[in-house]
Design a binder for this molecule. Sequence first.
Ligand code: GLN
Length: 505
Amino acid sequence: MNSDITRLSAAELAHALDSREVSSVEVVQAHLDRIATVDADVHAYLHVDGEGALAAAQAVDQRRASGEDLHVLAGVPIAVKDVMVTKGLPTTCGSKILKGWIPPYDATVVSRLKAAGMPILGKTNMDEFAMGSSTEHSAYGPTHNPWDLTRIPGGSGGGSSAVVAAYEAPWAIGTDTGGSIRQPASVTGTVGVKPTYGGVSRYGLVALASSLDQAGPCTRTVLDAALLHSVIGGYDPMDSTSINAPVPSVVEAARNADVKGLKVGVIKELGGEGYQAGVRARFDESVALLQEAGAEIVEVSCPSFDYALAAYYLILPSEASSNLAKFDAMRYGLRVLPEGIDDPSAEQVMAATRDAGFGDEVKRRIILGTYALSSGYYDAYYGQAQKVRRLIAGDFDRAFGQVDVLVSPTAPTTAFKLGDKLDDPMSMYLQDVATIPANLAGVPGMSLPSGLAEEDGLPTGIQILAPATKDERLYNVGAALEKMLVDKWGGSLLAKAPELTAKGA
Ligand code: GLN
């Protein structure tokens, strides 16, 4: 069974473990073997914890053998984006400034995975401090898209989607502040969900922009995303923005998908000019499938979305510049002494450390954010952006007064070539044009593979959005559409990806 283990979905693995067809040690070992075969090329992991994962797997196997009642997902391994703190395991956030830092505690998400008995395979690559849309801003080198190693896997969480697409983990944890779960899912042919803001604890998630950050699942199927969402979701007193309500019934929705009579709004402002032809074509076909299945399709206008990107790129840098102030050379990771100064002051050490430890994109955003927040400019930039944010939330409220869910393409293009947008920050930022409104308003969103673009043969994604706290609607529509698309393709989209082989083979 070993060679097939990595092809199974997490739900299938859980079933195989429960029926003792396979042990957790075998499942973990199969993934470690796969990592050893392909990760030199894909570079989706920053740190693989083979020993820790095998030990956790062995413990679960023993508990199962002794007849203990285990969580349904016990023994299914997982990978975690390197922005989540993990006790005893390096956490770098893709930055040199955190090199060598070993957190003394687990993020709530990580504790919940461990409590369910899920071995942690390792930490996945990401753009430095989750700033980027290609994973090229990682201080440890880019991740490569498993569909085509010369292309980007999306970002900032390219590593989490790539490990899933390359069968180096059944599933992974990502984080989404402006699209970092959904856009990588779109360009790697996988599923990604950003839950409602406050639906998943941010405790132990190294903050990029605290009012936007949200962790969520990166998977190969909608059901897997729902299963993972139900493990990591729910109230946490350690996060003051955590919603004190039960996790939406996401697993039930994924299992009983039916879109008959559902009102689906196509967002007029997203999907027109600037979107690749193949992305648009696959999107239109997906909408037609929903209609055939009995959904009512209407066009909905959200006029403020045109300003979402501009507002986001003021709010995010503002919050990031403040959040990153804690990297002061005293508390974490790297410390660099300034050259040619005998007895440097704390400020001089801080400046030298931040200069050496942060990459260009991080510095760019710190400068932008500090400027937007500075006295005299605050109202004109940060203040205005907050007003736009309010308008966007208003557009969502009006739209969800008319429809149950909204849809759009997830990203304007398929995976572009590594290096293509590195010298042009604005064109990189434009990757987020369709995903950002959901973060600004706090509503949940899913990206689901919609097909392959004819012009380059690469995966495309459809985005589904629902009102805040109604996450189950994403899973209902997502699972219904996934079933129709899989029927249409005669199997999963990922099965069409070229086979990866060992480096040099
Ligand atoms: N591309 C977005 C940015 O660079 C993604 C942020 C995120 O979701 N972490 O800000």
